[in-house]
Design a protein around this ligand. Sequence first.
Ligand SMILES: NC(=O)c1ccc[n+]([C@@H]2O[C@H](COP(=O)([O-])OP(=O)(O)OC[C@H]3O[C@@H](n4cnc5c(N)ncnc54)[C@H](OP(=O)(O)O)[C@@H]3O)[C@@H](O)[C@H]2O)c1
Length: 227
Amino acid sequence: METVGILGTGRMAVRIADLLVQGGHEVWLGSRDPARAQRIAQGLSEGRVRGVTYAQAMQAPFVLPAIFVRDGLLELIGEHADALAGKIVLDILNPFNADYSDFVLPWTTSAGEELAKRLPESRVVGIFKNIFWEAFDEPRFPQGVSDVYVTGDDTQAKEAAMALFQEAPFRFVDAGGQRNARVVERMTLFAAELGSRNGYMPRVGWRFLGEPWEPGVKDRYAHLIRR
Ligand SMILES: NC(=O)c1ccc[n+]([C@@H]2O[C@H](COP(=O)([O-])OP(=O)(O)OC[C@H]3O[C@@H](n4cnc5c(N)ncnc54)[C@H](OP(=O)(O)O)[C@@H]3O)[C@@H](O)[C@H]2O)c1
């Protein structure tokens, strides 16, 4: 059983808190308004979720900020870098603007990298960036369960993060280093655009396809293009 401090009480916070509780973990749900967090905690699970302040939630060994970059998350986190030193910080951030048409950060970085810059002593793991809120309510799509792309430079921290959610009905995929957060975040922006165009939002996901293969062994056209 682990303890995870979640910052924020919005769409993602409640769902991830519920997933953690179902996996046997404890959640300290942090809010600017702890009375609101306590009310939500009681609605989720009496006993396993506690409504607290942001500062109290940041005392947990795992901390998951569920606040938008556009609402000042990076500034808030920067003020608490010392409190978060040594902890595993679960980064679910996508730097969407207010109308979700684009990001508030340039292409040359990601919310994950900006978070890591402000937390040089923390172990940042990108997770759940590509899962939209109501996809948690029923994770099985007609095409299968969605992948969750997990990024980070600290392999043990990534494994610890995935272990927290081993009961969760998603396919967790090790998606490489911290820098790939910018890829996953852009995939999420693209999914939002495609999803909106097709009337799917927010029930969209990603699934990586592939199978073991040896290039050339079954290449049907190699003989035609050989020189
Ligand atoms: N929604 C999604 O589908 C989705 C998917 C993947 C990743 N994410 C990421 O998850 C994070 C949270 O997204 P969300 O959709 O759960 O957000 P949300 O429903 O808007 O909730 C965000 C929470 O942020 C807190 N907050 C702190 N300062 C705030 C401010 N100035 N204005 C408004 N709220 C403030 C609030 O909690 P208190 O009032 O309790 O302090 C609020 O409940 C974002 O970084 C987003 O990129 C979202």
